[in-house]
Structures are given as C-alpha cells and as structure tokens.
Write a protein that binds this ligand. Structure first.
Ligand code: HEC
Ligand code: HEC
Ligand code: HEC
Ligand code: HEC
Length: 213
C-alpha cells in the first residue's frame, strides 16, 4: 500500500474524530450558557489556538542535509525566502506608490500580506516568525509547534497520523492561490504543476508520485 492511500485511511478516522469533537463542542456550548462570564473567559482561553508558528530556522536542523533532501537550502535559494527583501527594492516602492500607498512597500500591510509567513495573525498563532524570513516553510505547511517533534514527523511521513490533527497542512493548489492570485500587482498566471516543479524539495527516495497531482 502506498503512503498516500494509507493516509486516506486515517483521514476517515480523522473525520470521525472531527465529528465527535463537533458534537462535544455543541454540548459544551449548551453547558456554557449557564456559566458566569468569568467561567466563559476561562473557557475562551482554554480554546486558544493549539498550533503556533516556530519560524523556518527551526525546521533547518532536520531538513538541511543532502540525505534528508536539503529542503532548507532549496527554500533559502528560492524566491519565497527573498519575498520580504523584494519589498525593499525601488521597484516595489514604485508599485506601492502607483497603488496610492503612502508608506514604503515593506511597511504596507497591503503588500506584506503575501510576502511573509502568517501576516496579520494573532500573536498566539504567529509566534516567533519574523517578516525577514519571507514566505517560510510554515506559509505552506502550517504552524509547526506540534508537528516539529521528531516522533510526530516520522509518524506523519509514515502516514500514521492525520496531518491536520498536528497542524500540518497539505500544500495544495488552493494554498498557493491564497497568494498567487490577481490581487498580486505583478500577477503571473499560476500553473500549479509548473510552479510546484520550480520549488520541488522532495525527500530522497520518496515515492516520486507524491509531488504529482
Ligand atoms: C526534529 C527534526 C525535525 C524538525 C525540527 C522538523 N522536521 Fe519535518 N520531518 C522530519 C523527519 C525525520 C521527516 C520524515 C522524512 C525524512 O526522514 O526525512 C519529516 C517530514 C516532514 C514532512 C513530510 C510529512 C509527510 O506527511 O509526508 C514535512 C512537510 C515536514 N517534515 C516539514 C517540516 C517543517 C515545515 C518543519 C518546521 C516547521 C519541520 N518539518 C521540522 C524531521 C523534522
Ligand atoms: C504566503 C504567500 C505565498 C504562498 C502561500 C505561495 N507563494 Fe509562491 N510566491 C509568493 C511570493 C510573494 C513570490 C515572489 C517572491 C519574490 O520574487 O520576491 C512567490 C514566488 C513563487 C515562485 C517563483 C515565481 C517566479 O516567477 O520566479 C514560484 C515557482 C512559486 N512562488 C510557487 C509556489 C507554489 C507552488 C506554491 C504552493 C505550493 C506557492 N508558491 C505558495 C508568495 C506565496
Ligand atoms: C495577493 C498576494 C500579493 C499581494 C497583495 C502583493 N504581492 Fe507581490 N507578489 C505576489 C506573488 C505571488 C508574486 C510572484 C509573482 C506573481 O505572480 O505576481 C509577487 C511578486 C512581487 C514582486 C516581484 C515581481 C517581479 O517580477 O520582479 C514585487 C516587486 C512585488 N511582488 C511587489 C509587491 C508590492 C509593492 C505589493 C503591494 C502594493 C505587493 N507585491 C502585493 C503576491 C502578492
Ligand atoms: C511555497 C510553498 C512551500 C514552502 C515555502 C515549503 N514547502 Fe515543503 N512542500 C510544498 C509542496 C507543494 C510539497 C509537496 C507536497 C506533496 O507531496 O503532496 C512539499 C513537500 C515537503 C516535504 C515532503 C517531501 C516528500 O518527498 O515527501 C518536506 C519534508 C517539506 N516539504 C519540507 C519543507 C521545509 C523544511 C520547508 C522550509 C525550509 C518547506 N518545505 C517549504 C510546499 C512548500
């Protein structure tokens, strides 16, 4: 059985888990109606986001050797790692000015939003990510606080854990298109297959079909 087909098996399990969570949530909401405001505040805090961004530098230690596929190096050499730097160029400022923005591009939320990881997310979710890293690993893979653990990573790779339960996002075409769309002032028509090939960073000896859709 392939890794991916195993993954669909656990997807079903995950779905069941999600449904029961929803059911539980509904029960909790009903209970909460009777609670004091203070208790509600506590409940709200406990429901704080489970997954926080840790920054691409934290992925480096396990994803930098040739043996593991040198994902960090490949990313660092890609346009994504330089996306924030790009906003500091005269060309970027020119584009910002033409759009009627009164601050340099690197300070304009209208530009930064697609040029860095997790822009505008609450501090509890954005975590330690700095704009400087540009479009980092977690911009596509999701916040890494839970899945960064070696045991979890290995289980994910073996298809033993449903990715979403630990915050790992499958970087589908839809994920790319949150940034690669016509709101980009320099929009180039986005083709998932060719664009994915340009940023490919597979684990060596991994099933080659994994990068194809
Ligand atoms: C403690 C070491 C470690 C850290 C830190 C780590 N990883 Fe991994 N990761 C692994 C290992 C081991 C694998 C399994 C593949 C392999 O053997 O190279 C893996 C696999 C993956 C996979 C494939 C998962 C799958 O479902 O097939 C992705 C995506 C990934 N890592 C992304 C990240 C990102 C993004 C970060 C930082 C937020 C990160 N990793 C941090 C060790 C690590
Ligand atoms: C958070 C926003 C964001 C996401 C998500 C994103 N990108 Fe990008 N991408 C950018 C930005 C910004 C640039 C331009 C960086 C620069 O030139 O400074 C870029 C550039 C690229 C380039 C280089 C284009 C060129 O003309 O050289 C490729 C290829 C690419 N992205 C592929 C992808 C793929 C494939 C995905 C999804 C798996 C993806 N991107 C997801 C923001 C994003
Ligand atoms: C909707 C997401 C998005 C927004 C908003 C956005 N960008 Fe980008 N930017 C991208 C992507 C994706 C690329 C890669 C090429 C492409 O498809 O546009 C890019 C590429 C660039 C490039 C390099 C293009 C080249 O050909 O050299 C510059 C410069 C740039 N953006 C400046 C800006 C400025 C300035 C703003 C704000 C006015 C901005 N961007 C807002 C997504 C965005
Ligand atoms: C622009 C989006 C994007 C960024 C940024 C990105 N990845 Fe990925 N990554 C992908 C896509 C797309 C795949 C292929 C997913 C699949 O096979 O279904 C992938 C796959 C992987 C895999 C699994 C490869 C395999 O053979 O199974 C690992 C490991 C990984 N990425 C680690 C990283 C690390 C570490 C970083 C940062 C240093 C990073 N990625 C940055 C989009 C991205």
């Amino acid at each position: 059985m392939t890794r991916r087909s195993r993954r669909y098996g656990i997807l079903l399990g995950g779905l069941a888990a999600c449904l029961s969570t929803l059911f539980l949530a509904a029960q909790l909401t009903a209970q909460e109606a009777g609670k004091s405001t203070e208790a509600k505040e506590i409940a709200k805090k406990e429901a704080a986001p489970a997954f926080t961004h840790i920054g691409s530098a934290k992925c480096k230690m396990c994803h930098q050797t040739a043996k593991s596929g040198a994902q960090y190096k490949l990313w660092q050499e890609s346009a994504h790692a330089k996306a924030f730097e790009t906003l500091k160029t005269p060309k970027a400022d020119e584009i910002a000015k033409k759009k009627g923005l009164t601050v340099p591009a690197a300070q304009a939320p209208e530009c930064v939003v697609c040029h860095v990881t997790a822009h505008g997310k609450p501090a509890a979710i954005r975590g330690g990510v700095k704009d400087d890293e540009g479009v980092g690993c977690e911009a596509c893979h999701g916040p890494g606080s839970e899945y960064q653990k070696l045991t979890v990573m290995k289980q994910l790779y073996a298809g033993e854990i449903e990715p979403a339960t630990v915050g790992l996002i499958e970087p589908t075409e839809a994920v790319c298109k949150t940034c690669h769309n016509e709101k980009s002032p320099t929009y180039k028509p986005f083709d998932f297959k060719t664009f994915s090939a340009k940023i490919a960073h597979p684990v060596p000896k991994a099933e080659a079909k994994e990068t194809e859709k």
